[in-house]
Design a protein around this ligand. Structure first.
Ligand code: NAI
Ligand code: MG
Length: 344
């Protein structure tokens, strides 16, 4: 048995942090099956050289892999003809319908808010992101309209994903984020579909506590008392906003991991971008990418291996001796990686 991992560093510091994540996985030894890595191309730089941001070979090769790690893509600030983000296309191609972002405080870091330990589970395929927008002349000037798609199928599968994640956590609580008081049809369907999941689960989710919260007050409470949340499940747009807001509770972008997950594939991806301002200087924080590798393993049910990585990362942060400049230190990417490897 072996585990085939696609590696797509893509642009900028993606090429500095993905190798660090690879070396962390390699250091796990017998906790996981034998690893096989497949190096794959994508990104804006590739587009400028070849005219394609996501080669068909990359997509095909990924379909042969068990999982993948993605670095970051640069997006041009002006619209560039023919370019569209490869990460968005990959989520579609591989049906990665959930974006999962855990946000947890590492104790004794004075910047952290107390007891933040939550996971945002964001629906990744529909809502306003179906991008069906039209502009028409109206009686008093232009009128813009957007379609918001919410389906029972997508709501049910993201809801189930949230319940499954909650089962693996100590508090076992799911909070549905919605705005049914105003959008009773779309958000109403999202909310009701998820509320119906436990009854149909034949007892599987009996131990999970189900709560719900209107999105605006959820953001308010997220900042005032983040410790009340465990797993937050949300439609695409609310999930996008909440997951960035939650990341702000624990400091540097260089620390926050995510995975894009479907039923048959999982892709780890640090939340940060390609960071052109620090590219090529060897000072990118590799911890978000390393944690994304751990999260990918957790999703594949290698919890013990994931725990080992998370523990090593948390020790490095807590000790505070070997940190990159974004966390106030003066160490290099390599030195932080070595510190993690030593603790593994
Ligand atoms: P960014 O996340 O690349 O950088 C924001 C700030 O955080 C910068 O000052 C950067 O130096 C710092 N930073 C980010 N990751 C870091 C790390 N690992 N270690 C140390 N410092 C880190 O976001 P920005 O600057 O808005 O975007 C830069 C490029 O990345 C753009 O082309 C943007 O479109 C793209 N981007 C891609 C994303 C993705 O691939 N999913 C997500 C966000 C932005
Ligand atoms: Mg976002």
């Amino acid at each position: 048995q072996s585990l085939k991992v696609g590696l797509i560093p893509a642009d900028g510091i993606g090429r500095e942090v993905i190798p660090a994540a690879r070396r962390t996985l390699e250091a796990l030894g017998s906790d996981i099956p034998k690893l096989q890595f497949v190096d794959l191309d994508a990104g804006f730089e590739l587009f400028t050289k070849t005219g394609t941001a996501l080669p068909e070979e990359t997509v095909q090769a990924l379909k042969e892999c068990d999982c993948a790690l993605f670095g970051a893509v640069s997006s041009p600030s002006r619209k560039v003809t023919g370019y569209s983000s490869p990460i968005v296309a990959l989520r579609k191609e591989l049906d990665l319908y959930a974006n999962i972002r855990p946000v947890a405080a590492v104790a004794e870091n004075p910047e952290d808010k107390p007891n933040v330990d939550l996971v945002v589970v964001r629906e990744n395929t529909e809502c306003l992101y179906v991008k069906q927008e039209v502009l028409t002349p109206g009686e008093h000037g232009l009128e813009a309209r957007a379609t918001r798609l919410i389906t029972e199928r997508a709501s049910r599968r993201i809801g189930k994903m949230a319940f499954e994640i909650a089962l693996g956590r100590p508090r076992k609580q799911v909070t549905i984020i919605h705005k049914s008081n105003v959008l009773s049809v779309t958000d109403g369907l999202f909310r009701q579909t998820i509320r119906d999941i436990p009854q149909a689960s034949e007892g599987r989710y009996d131990g999970v506590k189900l709560e719900e919260q209107i999105v605006d007050s959820a953001v308010y409470r997220l900042f005032r008392e983040p410790q009340i949340y465990d797993v937050m499940v949300a439609p695409n747009l609310y999930g996008d906003i909440i997951s960035d807001a939650a990341a702000a509770l624990v400091g540097s972008l260089g620390l926050v991991p995510s995975v894009n997950a479907g039923d048959n594939f999982v892709m780890g991806e640090p939340v940060h971008g390609s960071a052109p301002d620090i590219e090529g200087r060897g000072i990118a924080n590799p911890l978000a990418a390393i944690r994304s590798a751990a999260l990918m393993l957790r999703h594949l049910n290698y919890a013990a291996a994931a725990d080992r990585i998370d523990k090593a990362v948390n020790e490095v942060i807590r000790e505070g001796q070997v940190l990159t400049p974004d966390l106030g230190g003066s160490s290099k990417t390599e030195e932080v990686l070595d510190a993690v490897l030593k603790r593994l």
